[in-house]
Design a binder for this molecule. Structure first.
Ligand SMILES: [Zn+2]
Ligand SMILES: [Zn+2]
Length: 505
């Protein structure tokens, strides 16, 4: 299964090398002065529209004919799609209202890798020559050419105009979703393979912590994909840098395969992460980095950025010339990232790192789960807003008299399935720490007493609430009481296993 998109390359009728770009509509504002002050810069891309299937009873013989569409046929029968509506939409974006404008030619079909959790997108590129007299170009359009697009892609100024992925993005960076032991709704971890094809640039002095001809980031695939990983590594230059954003299994599971395929590879890692990587994963030498260094890959600069929050050794990586930010697990393609309380996850750090990322005005965010995000500041503000809202509810619970972990979780997550309260509990603990750090907690709230309620006390009450919720109070009997007692006693064991689950994210 897939979803489909039509992209039109409108060529300039007065010359042969220009094509139309459309300014993309940003996501809706948050209606909040602080978040709306962090606006992403203009994003230009080729005009595009969703391509929907025709219902079987529609006569497809009236469809627009694309020259060369038979080339696409082995993979996709374009006659089954409503080209008429999609073309009408892209023409409308540039200011032309009719479809009978040009001769349309099929150019290529691009199949997106399966990032999940939704279906991958298949994109049909077509070309058309506009007739100048039939419409007026809208203000949100501009003519561009391959050369200026290429220059803009290779040298992005923070806060300057940006180009979207339909033109081509990001040059030299391959994002390969590999099957991994990650958490739902994802089933893959993006492994970044960076192998620039540019000529080497010589830097006068050597300011770099490491230099290589290629780099891979977060080889975290499951063992059944080791062969594929070994092939990728074998095809890369020998002088290989391996970079891991953090220690979770879905980011380091493939390290031993990388090491076997290329024993000369050099691992760059934060010391807190290295302390959690097993000897079986990496036994060769490594270089400790703290997040202030730069790397040089094939003559291109990448800046390492200390980005704690998800864990205390978490690192991000900025590709300097394209201003693309690899964010590890700080963000995920959809939903919010969980902070690992057992590996130094910290809410204050998370907020600080988020602001640090926004100050970089990145061109795109490349997270390790899901698609590339093209509205970085909007996404980062969304995280801040959601977490602040949650924190506000937690503070309300405390002000209303809740002073144990269970009571705060029950208040804050009242509308969430109780089976998820254990995960929610770690989040609440991190928020309470953050509130204490900001000195926002009411005087009557004792953090030390609260912390005493975070293990057995929480689990016994959670078990009680969980079973009460699932069997109903009227059926409660002696046997259930015995069962509850047994389960409560194993609360600490569950705490341990939840910790392990989190550590594997
Ligand atoms: Zn992950
Ligand atoms: Zn993680």
């Amino acid at each position: 299964m897939a979803t489909y998109k039509l992209v039109a390359i409108f060529r300039n009728p007065t010359n042969n090398h220009e094509f139309l770009l459309v300014k993309q509509t940003p996501p809706p504002k948050y209606d909040d002065q602080e978040y709306d002050s962090y606006a992403d810069s203009h994003l230009w891309d080729l005009p595009s529209a969703k391509l929907v299937s025709l219902s079987p009873e529609v006569d497809s013989s009236n469809q627009i004919v694309l020259q060369g569409e038979e080339v696409c046929l082995p993979k996709l029968n374009l006659r089954k799609f409503d080209l008429h509506s999609a073309l009408g939409e892209v023409l409308g974006q540039v200011g032309f209202g009719t479809v009978s404008v040009a001769e349309w030619k099929f150019l290529k079909l691009v199949e997106e890798p399966n990032f999940g959790p939704g279906f991958p997108i298949e994109t049909v590129y077509i070309t058309g020559d506009l007739v100048p007299s039939v419409g007026t170009l809208k203000d949100n359009c501009q003519w561009s050419c391959s050369e200026s697009c290429f220059n803009l892609l290779l040298q992005v100024n923070p806060g300057g105009d940006r180009l979207g992925p339909l033109v081509e993005y990001p040059p030299g960076v391959n994002i390969i979703p590999m099957g991994s032991r990650t958490q739902k709704p994802y089933h893959t971890t993006n492994m970044i393979v960076f192998a620039p094809r540019n000529n080497h640039v010589e830097y006068g002095s050597n300011p770099f912590v490491a230099q290589g001809d290629a780099m891979i980031v977060d080889p975290g695939c499951r063992s059944e994909f080791n062969e594929e990983l070994a092939e990728i590594v074998a095809a890369l230059p020998r002088k290989l840098i391996v970079f891991v954003t953090h220690h979770h299994r879905d980011h380091v599971d493939g390290l031993s395969t990388v090491q076997k395929s290329n024993p000369d590879a050099c691992l760059l890692v934060h010391e807190n992460t290295m302390a959690r990587i097993r000897k079986g994963d990496w036994s060769l030498g490594y270089t400790k980095v703290s997040g202030t260094e730069e790397i040089c890959i094939g003559g291109e600069r990448l800046r390492i950025i200390f980005a704690p929050g998800h864990t205390d050794g978490h690192l991000a990586l900025l590709h300097v010339s394209t201003n693309s930010l690899i964010v590890g697990d700080h963000c995920v393609g959809q939903g919010s990232a969980i902070l690992d309380i057992n590996a130094g996850g910290n809410m204050s750090d998370y907020f600080q790192t988020t602001y640090k990322f926004m100050d970089l005005s990145p061109n795109v965010l490349i997270s390790m789960h899901g698609r590339v995000n093209l509205w970085p500041k909007h996404m980062l503000c969304g995280y801040l807003k959601n977490r602040r809202n949650r924190e506000h509810t937690i503070l309300k619970a405390i002000e209303a008299g809740s002073n144990t972990l269970f009571d705060i979780v029950a208040y804050t997550y009242a509308d969430v399935d109780r089976s998820l309260w254990v995960l929610a509990a770690s989040n609440v603990r991190l928020h309470v720490d953050h509130l204490a750090h900001q000195k926002k907690l009411p005087k009557k709230f004792c953090v030390r007493k609260f912390q005493l309620t975070c293990t057995v006390h929480f689990f016994s009450r959670w078990m009680w609430a969980y079973f009460k919720g699932s069997i109903g109070q009227t059926h409660f009997n002696f046997q259930t009481a015995m069962l509850l007692g047994a389960v409560t006693a194993s609360g600490v064991a569950i705490l341990y296993s939840v910790g392990n689950t989190l550590r594997s994210r």
